[in-house]
Design a protein around this ligand. Sequence first.
Ligand code: 6GU
Length: 231
Amino acid sequence: MRIDIVTIFPNFFDVLDLSLLGKAKDAGKITVNIHDLRDYATDSHKTVDDTPYGGGPGMVMKPDVWGLALDAIFAEVDLSKTVLVIPSPAGEVFKQSIAAELAEVENIIFACGRYEGIDQRVFDWAATKATTRALSLGDYVLNGGEVAVVAMVEAIARLRPGFMGNSESVAQDSHQDALLDYPAYTKPASWRGFDVPEVLLSGNHAAIDKWRREQQIELTQKIRPDLLADS
Ligand code: 6GU
């Protein structure tokens, strides 16, 4: 899988070199290319934004600069196997099922814009070249798409075969089956007056499975009833 990220904050993505994702990159399972949008600016000030037509607050990112950045990446990939993701609070909410879909894609390009946005024509033009998806992390506003893209890349990358040490733990994750995870415990069996639930010490695997399932349903009903309504 090849991932390209276009941003005005390339250093933001240093975090992707850490932990599990760093391992997948090192093993060649995932190639991540970070592109500095300013490299595609054409004036000496490296301008990437301008005032909005029609007035209003904030600045809008220039279509000409974005066009050159995307031209360069588009030239290197098979566009029939490419999805362009536009992180935006106005997008479809990113969830596990979308992560699973994107984990099957050969090339993903993330176009990180500032909150006020990228000139709309960039998306309209890009949509004639590749599949495009506007995706939001959730119902709150961030300053730009970078934080959202780190989250999305991690959620997608860990679904790639061989990425996690234990592929069973992916299958058992919260949200994989639209239920929250059951609570986990390890030794000691008693800690600061709090005891591990008796059933987990019983060695009765059928009883343990049943208890865990009940916990999942109870927790989901209490904290995320919307997930039960969805399924
Ligand atoms: Cl993807 N971008 C911004 N700017 N804000 C967000 C978001 C994305 N997702 C939730 N809030």
